[in-house]
Design a protein around this ligand. Sequence first.
Ligand SMILES: C[S@@+](CC[C@H](N)C(=O)[O-])C[C@H]1O[C@@H](n2cnc3c(N)ncnc32)[C@H](O)[C@@H]1O
Length: 313
Amino acid sequence: MTEINKEIAARIEKITSDRRAISSHYDLPPEFFMNFLGPRMAYSCAYFTDENNDLISAENDKLRLKTNKLRLENGDRILDLGCGWGSFLFFAAEKYDCEAIGITLSNEQAMFVNEKAKLLGIQNRVHADVEHVYDLDYETESFDKILTVGAIEHIEDLNLTFSNANRLLKESGLFLVHGMTRPWATRSLELDGLRTEVDDLVEMHFGVGHWKSLWEVVQALELSSFEVLDHENITHHYQLTVRRWLDNLQENEDIISDKIVPDEKYREFIAFMAAYIVSFEMSNTICNQLLCQKHMKDTLRQQGPLTREHMIL
Ligand SMILES: C[S@@+](CC[C@H](N)C(=O)[O-])C[C@H]1O[C@@H](n2cnc3c(N)ncnc32)[C@H](O)[C@@H]1O
């Protein structure tokens, strides 16, 4: 086999194994996730303007925050890398009349998004494809905004992922990266082959985990020709979110366990949420939102907002 063929074979093998891993976590009945994530089925950190807010309003605030940061405008064409069950796609289409395309590695999620879009009569504006972020076949410079929320933790090659995003974005396009990282103290131990049991549990449960440190994420963004405009640490918001997911799982045990998923799967999710909470308490997990812009040019800089006031809820 030539070197190039070997590289292609390794890439195909990687994509296949990622698909298998993601499927084992996400290809469960959507009603299972609905019973703890809530009606929007957003599987990522919510945003609490008040610690006592319920999950539904914190999810809505998270969606508003993201649209503010991305400066979403009516008719924008957006791409969501790792779209889950489409919470952002539907929000952007409803509120901003966007054409919203999502990619996921889960067949169940793509089917859910496409069926829901049909039911709502917006299948011409909302769509999900089963694609790997390494392998995106959309037209170059065809999106106004791109985001990725809760997916970088699953992705090994961020350089390739972010370069793909850069290629697909229009010249002034904004890119929002929302995801978890490890503090360098933990990550450097990990790179030396030392890991905690909590990390093992969290990553095992997710099927595939590639948590980096924040500087590795920023390095990959810069290597892919993005300029970082803004960073917000939202770790405390994730602690509040996971606590509510765990409460919902426990409250809905009778509905879920052995009815929607086997008891064993239900207990795995309980253990996972608890491990997550411990990981936050050990300061081992950080959650970030990074806003970036493609090829920042001085003329674009002058058109942008002077302050971050527009982001604030
Ligand atoms: C934790 S969920 C977040 C879903 C959604 N962004 C949200 O906030 O609800 C992670 C998503 O990333 C997707 N994903 C993970 N690895 C991926 C990859 N290599 N290529 C495409 N999608 C991927 C999963 O299929 C899933 O939809």
